[in-house]
Design a protein around this ligand. Structure first.
Ligand code: SF4
Length: 52
């Protein structure tokens, strides 16, 4: 699965499982109404995206 912007975001926290990789958004803890814990992939537009 292509994660889209999460692949190049400093807030992304990839969680590798045996059959798939989940992408957790680190901004969720501070702004849960704006950023889902596990965003729907691929993320094509995101106001929180920041390069590493
Ligand atoms: S801020 Fe956006 S691009 Fe970055 S990890 Fe969260 S959902 Fe993905």
């Amino acid at each position: 699965m292509d994660p889209g912007l999460c692949a190049t975001c400093r807030h992304a926290q990839p969680i590798v499982a045996p059959r798939s990789t989940f992408w957790r958004c680190g901004l969720h803890d501070a702004q849960p109404s704006r950023f889902p814990r596990y965003p729907a992939l691929p993320v094509r537009a995101c106001p929180g995206h920041q390069a590493p």
